[in-house]
Design a protein around this ligand. Structure first.
Ligand SMILES: Nc1ncnc2c1ncn2[C@@H]1O[C@H](COP(=O)(O)OP(=O)(O)OP(=O)(O)O)[C@@H](O)[C@H]1O
Length: 221
């Protein structure tokens, strides 16, 4: 049987329940340990199985499964979400990168729920972008592939208001499958960010960047 594929539906299970839902006193403490920071970064994530190709083929029932992140996955999630660090991680096939990326996106969106436009989720290809509920890096940044000059690109972006808003508002940029982004495009993205955001002293104009590499994740934070 084909291995189930992940969809973008990953949700953190760290939300506090109202006290009315829980028993009180010692029983409650035993059954429902207090939510600690450590517990926050030991999230259970629900993964929708059977979507994607398997789902289309109808081979697997669409069903939510709880999984617990491994120590390594939790460590990366904490570095990105809590510490706000630029993180790149890689690994061979099936080591849980995609699941972790979805958990990271979910945690970032939850953390920044009141200012959701500061988190941007992108990928180098349309397929990868759609798998994580994002858009291609070209669409996100209004990068016309035929335009070479950074200044021309910037004047084009200034006229494309939604893209301009994204460039200015984004504080955390995730790029999935960053290995498909060539160095030249990457340099242009960095140059545009620096010029548009007017923070010339900081790489990428101060955007935190994260990447999911071909076999891993790269975040620009
Ligand atoms: N912490 C975990 N607990 C249980 N299952 C997990 C965990 N992390 C990942 N998995 C499962 O392992 C399988 C492989 O994970 P995933 O697709 O994220 O790997 P990957 O590194 O992205 O693989 P590839 O490079 O081939 O795309 C998936 O079925 C996923 O649901």
């Amino acid at each position: 049987m084909a291995k189930p594929l992940l969809s973008a539906a990953v949700s953190m299970r760290t939300k506090r329940k109202s006290t009315g839902d829980l028993p009180s006193g010692k029983e409650r403490a035993a059954k429902h340990p207090r939510t600690t920071l450590d517990a926050f970064f030991s999230p259970k994530v629900s993964v929708r199985m059977g979507s994607g190709i398997d789902g289309v083929a109808g081979g697997v029932k669409d069903k939510m499964h709880d999984v617990v992140l491994s120590d390594e996955q939790r460590q990366v999630l904490k570095m990105v979400v809590e510490d706000g660090r630029n993180v790149f991680f890689t690994g061979s096939a099936g080591t849980g990168k995609s699941l972790l990326l979805k958990a990271i996106i979910s945690a970032l969106k939850k953390k920044h729920a009141k200012k959701s436009d500061i988190v941007s989720v992108t990928a180098s290809t349309g397929m990868a972008a759609s798998n994580i509920g994002g858009m291609t890096i070209h669409s996100w940044g209004a990068i016309a592939p035929t335009v070479e000059s950074v200044d021309k690109l910037i004047s084009y972006i200034r006229k494309a208001r939604p893209a301009l808003q994204r460039w200015k508002a984004t504080q955390i940029l995730i790029i999935d499958e960053v290995s498909m982004v060539d160095g030249h495009l990457f340099e242009r993205l960095a140059a545009i960010a620096t010029k548009l955001r007017k923070k010339t002293d900081r790489p990428f104009g101060g955007i935190q960047v994260g990447f999911l590499f071909f076999l891993g994740i790269a975040l620009l934070i």
